[in-house]
Design a protein. Sequence first.
Length: 319
Amino acid sequence: MEGNILVTGATGAIGRNLVPLLREKYGMDKVIVGYHSRIPQGSLADGPKVQVNVANKDELYKIVIEQKVSSIYHLAALLSVAAEQDPEAAERVNTQGLRNVLDVIAEQVANGNSMTGFWASSIAVYGEGLPAENVAEDVVLKPFTVYGKGKVIGEQAIAEFYKTKGVDVRVIRFPGLNGPGKPGPGTTEYAIEMIQAAAKGNHYTVPLKQDTIMPMMDIRDAVRAIMQLMASPTGTIEVGKPYNIAAFSFFPEALANVVKKFNPSFTVDYKPDELKQRIADSWPNTIDDSRARNQWGWKSTISLKEMVRNIYEAAKGEQ
C-alpha cells in the first residue's frame, strides 16, 4: 500500500492484537504504533511508534504529514465504565478525538491524497427499551451511557463525512471482546477477570447477576474482522454505515461452568454493581450480523471454550 498506517490506541486490547496482523501483511515499517500514556511493551515496542493525543487535531495532523500516513485505524477510547466516571475525558478522547481523525482525513482527501480509516463502535449504541434478541443495525438507538451516546455521535459523524466529503472510514459495532492481558474498565471485561482468577487459583465475585446475557467474542476474531472489512472493495460494502459482528452470547454462570472444565475447584459468587448491571441490561442478548456475513463474508471461527482456553493458558503462563 502507498503511505503508512497509524493505529491510535495501539496499546489497548484491540490494538495490541491488530498491530501484529497489520505488520505481517504490510511490513513492520509500514505500521506505526500510536500511544498516549501507556508505553508500548513487547513486540509493540519494535518498529515505528509515536506518542499522540487524538484530542489535539494539530498534533494529529502533524503526525499524519510527517509519518506519511494514508490510513488511520482509530482505536483510542475510554471504555464504558471509565467514560461514566469521567464524562469530560470521554468527550475529549472519544467524541472530539474521532472528529479530529475525520477532519484530518477529510482535509487530506480534499487535497487530492488517498486516505482511509477504521473506527471501532460498540453494542453500547443500543440502549434500553429495545428488543433483546437478534438486534440488527437499523433499530432506533437509545443509549443512556456517556460511552454509548458517544458511539452514536461517532457513527452519525462518519456517515455525514462520507456523504458530504467522500471520507471512507469503515465501522464495526463490536460485542464484548475477550483476550489475554489486563482487562480495561468496561462492563463485559468481567469475563476476562473471571478466567484469569481461575487460572491463578482465586475465587471470583461477579459484578453482575448470574443470568445477565451479553454478546461476546474472542479478540482474535475481532481483529480478523477488521482486516477483512478493510480489505473489502468499496463497491461491495456500505461505506459509512456500521456493521454488527457476532460470535456467541453467554451469562456469567454459563461462563463459570466452562471455566470449571479447566479448574474444577474454581468458585464464584455474585455481587452486582449497580452501574455495570444497568449498562449490561441495556445491551441486547444477541445481535444480527447478517449484513456483514452477506456483504463481506464475515463468520466467527473461535468458540467460547477456545476463548476461555486462550485466556486461561496465558494467565497460567504469567505466574
